[in-house]
Structures are given as C-alpha cells and as structure tokens.
Write a protein that binds this ligand. Structure first.
Ligand SMILES: [Zn+2]
Length: 536
C-alpha cells in the first residue's frame, strides 16, 4: 500500500485485466516466470532466456504498463537491427495496443486525429505524454545519441556491441529520475557480453523442489529433461515446474538477473507434444550442443571465432626494435600513427576493466609496415595525454594520423591543427555497421564498417608479408590483438561482428587498426572498397 492509502495493484494483475498480447490475455499459469518479472521492482534487470520463453511478450507488457501508468514516461527500445526493431514495434507493440482496448481511454485511440499523439513505427506518443521510441544499434550508437530516456530496453542484447553502445545509453538516462535499464537476450558463446552481464547479476534461477528426494532443481542442463516431462536431476522423479520460484545466487549484485530455460516453463505441464519437440531436438544432428544450450536451455556455451592465433603473431614478431624505448620513434622510414581514445568503458562497473588511450606508431621500411613504438597512457589527465601525442607528431612528423572519432571529439579537433601544421594527413574514424566499407560522412569523420576492416586487418596479419611486430616487449600487444573475437549475429543478416572479449583490453589492437587504415589511406592503397565511394 502506498502512502496515500491507495492499494498498489501488482503489474501482472493489471496485465491480466488490461492487456491482450500476441492475440490473447497473458497466461501466467503457463508462463509463470513472466509474472515474477513483471512484479519485481526493476532498476536494472537482465533476462537471459531460451527462445520461445515469452520474452518479447513480457517486454511488451512491461513497456505498455509503464507508459500507461506513469504520465510522461520516456522509454527507448533498442534492438540490434532496424528490422528487429520494426518487427517488435509492429508485430508486438502496436498489435498489443490495438487489441488491448481496456487501456485505451485517455491513453491510446487508434486512428484518432489528435496532433499531440504520434503513432509511428519508430515512435509512439500517448495522450498522457508517455513516449516509446524504437531504435537500433549493433555497434554504432549514433542513432541513440541525444535522446533522453527514463528507461532503456535492450532486446537481443547478445547481438549488440555493448562496449560501443552502453556509454552513449548511459548519457541518455543520466538526467532521468528513474534511470531504468532492462537487458534481454538469448545467450551465445561464453565470451558474449550477455554472459558478463549475467556474472555481474544476482543470477536468479527457477528452482523446483523434488517431492521424491527433497532436492531443488534448476534448469541449466539436459539432466532435468525426462522422456515425458521435466525430471529431478538427482533421482529422476517427475517434477512440477509450476511449483518453482526464482532463487538468486548472489542477492547483493547490482543487476537483477533472471534465467529462463525453455524447460523450466510450466507450459509443458499442459502441453505434452511441445515437450516432445524439445526431447526430439536433443537427438537432432542439426542441433549442436551449443545451439541447444543457447536456444533451449538459455545458457552460454562454446567460444567465439578468432582469425589469428598467438603463433601467427609470434611469427611476425621479427622487427628488431624495442617498442617501449622512446628512441624507437626516431627509427628510419615513413611513420603512421594510430590512436584509440580512452573513455568510459561499459565493463567498468562489472569487472573494472578500464579503456585507456593507446597510441601505436608504424614505420615503413622495405615494404614492411612495422609497429616500432606503442604506449598506453596511464595516470595522466586528458590534456597531458593530448600534449604528449602532439609532441610526438611534431617530433616525428608522420605521414598520417588516424584516430577514433567516437571517443575523442575535442582531442581530434586539436590534433587536426597539429597535423595541419606538420603536413600530416589526419583521419578521424568511427566504427559501425555500414553497407559501405569506408566513407566520409561529409561533416567531420569517416564511417568504417568494423567487420570488414577488422577482417582485412587480421587477414593482412595472416598473410605475414606486410605487418611486423617488434622482436621484444610484445607480450601486451599480442594479448590485446587476441582480445577480439567474432560472433555471427542471430538476425536475418547473419553478419559477423567483432567484439572485445569481456574482461580483456583491446585498446592497442584498435590503435593498430586505426594506424593501418591511416597508412592505407595516405598511400592511396585502400583496395578494400571502391575508391569512388571516398568522395570528400
Ligand atoms: Zn529427486
């Protein structure tokens, strides 16, 4: 009961009264986990779900109730692709609004000509001034910049590059009194960010007591999958998933994490043929163990893809120089600099991994592009770092400097002046997911398709003819070169996406890729793409 004596009705009861989602009233008997999730307070929440566990319906109900109950509440829904975002908006959200006529009065009226109400695929503004905006961002957060939200809903989080997107999202909710975040997705490899989020969460599992042996079962393996329904992993007796409750493993962790395995849904207490579908998938040769773990059990499994190995990097560590020695800056040959600006790192709060400013210097000798110097600026303020870099540029007068445009807007403006004074070409570059591999945005930076550029960089290393590493002090740079792995997006495009392995730093890799792109640009050697697209 609230202070003014009004009884607060649990959101799940309101959902049952008011909402029609996916063509029917919410069925919390079959999807009991959804009821829990709707009713707990939700500052920061993670839903780690198998496929077909009613995740989308739950998100949809939660979003509509929030918009209906709190006037002026601003929600942002973010999916990895435009298609996913539109599909959710049209097939889930709009559909539920249209069918849930009980919520309409003074909130939503289809086709009503009220200039204060907006009913688009990308934006819903209701009569109570609540707003829901549907966005997308796999690795390029530009589309989100500048919005203010009270609540952000990340869907299909496993395909979003949180390293790039999360800092921008933080800025979007900074001025809100609510600052709510909901992450939802289906697990992938153990290296995926959804697993990192899960490790930093309360890790609540659906726990069901066995009436036979008295032990509690959770749904994280195939041991609870019996021929005719869920069974006790200990004694093999049938268990009733309707009697489950969420039990957190780490109640004090900052994110409320809930795991929903398909096998834990009470739905299968009613639907024997649906259970048989799961049993059959266990023996289906087209379903790998990883796929079954991810999509049925809703647990992370397996590893991401890496193109290069430690041995590949050792093989190219043949250039005789010490990259930690400042004198290496005066080695002969044309120079090319790459800079990755440090900044707020998404993982900071979870695992305390800091993203720092990294600088890599290449020299070109006998058609070998050698990394001759590299550094990570530690314990220095942003201005000191900038001055150090400006000093290096003025001293060695490189042919090009290429830097991260996403994290260093102010710094890049200053570097541009320094480069201009030294006749050095300057390329501010922003990674993202773009149709064109590389293009000038006609304002202030180049937009580069991260997948293609990183693929090309790794293939250049594998080729072993161009890029060389120093023959000493390579431990750190080799570790950081191996700190990115690729996963295939589960969206229709199936695009491969390079991401940092959680808990590892990759700033030197990024600085090296920037420096290499700058080299190719300065030498007019960009064979990755059609030069005609480079109009600037
Ligand atoms: Zn038992």
């Amino acid at each position: 009961m609230s202070e003014d004596g009004i009884i607060e009705v649990p959101p799940s009861i309101l959902a049952e009264e008011l909402l029609v989602v996916a063509g029917s009233k919410p069925d919390f008997e079959r999807f009991k986990q959804s009821k829990y999730i709707l009713d707990v307070p939700k500052k920061e929440m993670l839903l780690k779900c198998g496929r077909q566990t009613s995740k989308s319906s739950t998100l949809c109900m939660s979003m509509i109730l929030d918009a209906r109950l709190t006037a002026g509440f601003r929600q942002g829904y973010i999916a990895p692709t435009a298609k996913t975002s539109q599909a959710f908006s049209i097939l889930r959200f709009s559909d539920a609004l249209l069918n849930s006529s009980a919520i309409w009065p003074h909130f939503y009226a289809p086709g009503k000509s009220n200039k204060f109400v907006i009913d688009n695929v990308g934006l819903k503004k209701f009569e109570n001034n609540s707003v829901v905006i549907f966005l997308y961002a796999d690795s390029d957060p530009d589309r989100i910049r500048g919005y203010t939200f009270d609540r952000i809903i990340f869907d299909e989080i496993q395909d979003i590059d949180l390293d790039e997107v999360e800092p921008v999202v933080e800025a979007c909710i900074m001025n809100s009194a609510y600052r709510e975040k909901l992450f939802a997705g289906t697990p992938k490899s153990l290296d995926n960010a959804i697993e990192t989020l899960w490790q930093g969460s309360t890790q609540a599992e659906w726990a069901v007591k066995c009436e036979g042996c008295g032990k509690y079962n959770i749904f994280v393996s195939t041991k609870t999958i019996g021929k005719n329904g869920p069974i006790c992993a200990n004694c093999g007796k049938s268990i009733d998933t309707r009697n489950g409750i969420f039990v957190p493993a780490y109640p004090n962790k900052p994110i409320d994490g809930y795991h929903i395995s398909r096998t834990a849904l009470p739905l299968y207490m009613y639907d024997q043929s649906a259970w048989q579908d799961i049993v059959r998938l266990l023996d289906n040769p087209l379903w790998s163990k990883e796929k079954f773990d991810n999509e049925i059990l809703g647990i992370s499994s397996g590893a991401g893809l890496k193109l290069i190995t430690e041995q590949d990097l050792i093989d190219i560590s043949t250039y005789d120089c010490d990259p930690y020695d400042i004198k290496s800056l005066s080695l002969p040959g044309e120079k090319f600099i790459g800079i990755d600006w440090g900044g707020t790192d998404y993982s900071n709060k979870v695992e305390n991994v800091q993203s720092q400013t990294a600088l890599v210097v290449y020299n070109l000798i006998d058609s070998h592009l050698n990394i001759c110097y590299y550094t990570i600026f530690q314990g220095m303020g942003p201005l000191d770092i900038l001055h150090s870099i400006q000093h290096i540029i003025t001293t060695i007068r490189p042919l090009s400097v290429a830097a991260d445009a996403g994290g260093g807007k102010v710094e890049n403006a200053e570097l541009l002046k320094t480069c201009f004074a030294n006749k050095t070409k300057f390329y501010p570059i922003q990674w993202g997911s773009f149709d064109k591999v590389f293009q000038w945005n006609k304002i202030d930076k180049y937009l580069a398709d991260k997948t293609t550029i990183f693929d090309s960089f790794f293939f250049t290393i594998l080729d072993k003819n161009l890029i060389r590493l120093p023959n000493k002090n390579t431990k750190q740079i080799i570790a950081e070169f191996l700190a990115e792995h690729a996963e295939t997006s589960s969206s229709a495009s199936g695009k491969k996406i390079w991401k940092r392995v959680p808990n590892k730093t990759d700033d030197l890799l990024h600085a090296s890729v920037f420096g290499w792109v700058g080299f190719k640009m300065a030498k007019g050697d960009f064979v990755l793409y059609n030069n005609a697209s480079l109009a600037n």
